[in-house]
Design a protein around this ligand. Sequence first.
Ligand SMILES: Nc1ncnc2c1ncn2[C@@H]1O[C@H](COP(=O)(O)OP(=O)(O)OP(=O)(O)O)[C@@H](O)[C@H]1O
Length: 371
Amino acid sequence: MGTMIQLQQVGKTFDGNHVLNNVNLTIQEGDFMTFLGPSGCGKTTTLRIIAGLEQPNVGIVTISGNVVDNAALHQHTAPGDRGLSLVFQSYALWPHMTVYENIAFGLSIKKLGKPDIKRKVEESLEKMRIRELRDRYPSELSGGQQQRVAIARAIVTEPTILLLDEPLSNLDAKLRIEMRTELKRLHRDLKTTIIYVTHDQVEALTLSTKIAVFFKGQLVQVDTPRGLYRNPATLEVADFIGNPSINFVPASIAKAGELWQIQSELGLLDLPLQDEPSGDEVVLALKPEDLHLSEVPIPGGIPCQIYSVFPAGSETLIQLQHGEVTLMAKTIGEADFETDSTVWVTFPSEKVNVYNRKSGSLIPQGGALQR
Ligand SMILES: Nc1ncnc2c1ncn2[C@@H]1O[C@H](COP(=O)(O)OP(=O)(O)OP(=O)(O)O)[C@@H](O)[C@H]1O
């Protein structure tokens, strides 16, 4: 798999405001790369720069080995000349054309024969499950139906790169999940490189092969969904990923032989770390699902008060109190815990993430051998 798209030190300012700073990113052929981050962090701007709709003020953009933007040389290749079929799902549908005609349009300008066009349009209608809408006009469609037509129109030309900006945002919860399945299958079947913008972490985690996380115009982490979920690179990312939010516990740290001894309200913890902490203050991050609750005292169990219980059908959230520390635990299924009763909490020490308190950066666990 070759490199499809590369951004080197890309920066963008709008009216003197830096909306992208020093973005370095490589997208491989066949990746399903999702840009994830809170509103206004620069995801769409990055996508538009790749498409050529926006010009970076700084940096170089390369597509399939060709430089398409070099800010220093004032070099800019127009969107249509980037040697790719770029398709924005958000492009509006043609109002005077039926669904069928909208989808067929891209093929007819490619001068495909009528029978081929018909077959391909029928296929993409089928894939998006909108066959019954083929003769309607866009004004006769719901927002979600329009989105599905737009995706069908995007995939019918079999582009090498598909750019999708929040394509499922208008769909209701059930349809969203169905369409996620369809998009995932599409990616597998078409082997297209997909770049996908969303602020929905579940969507990012379920669909992508890689996720690029943006915060305030900075690219803070590029990782697989699993890597991102297990080891968020900063406290900010850790706070953003996971529902309910991850638990943070301030702690102090000191070297103890081969290990590091970490002291917090939850007690003492000895961990191997790959790097030296940048000071003696750290923050521990514990995922709600990694906390195990016992109704009887167990060795190493931290006594906690049940503050509140939130049953949610398939899972139960339990808010716990230990001294000044509040913890959220998540268990699968129904759980009958009495409010104000005591439980004993344990967690696997290898699942704990340690962050430098000042810089917010992760100090990965593991000895030198695991580097
Ligand atoms: N044409 C423009 N002129 C001025 N400012 C702009 C322009 N386009 C984007 N911005 C600003 O750049 C920042 C990044 O915008 P961008 O659309 O890339 O964010 P985003 O992460 O995609 O957000 P959202 O999820 O809300 O779409 C925002 O502060 C936005 O207001």
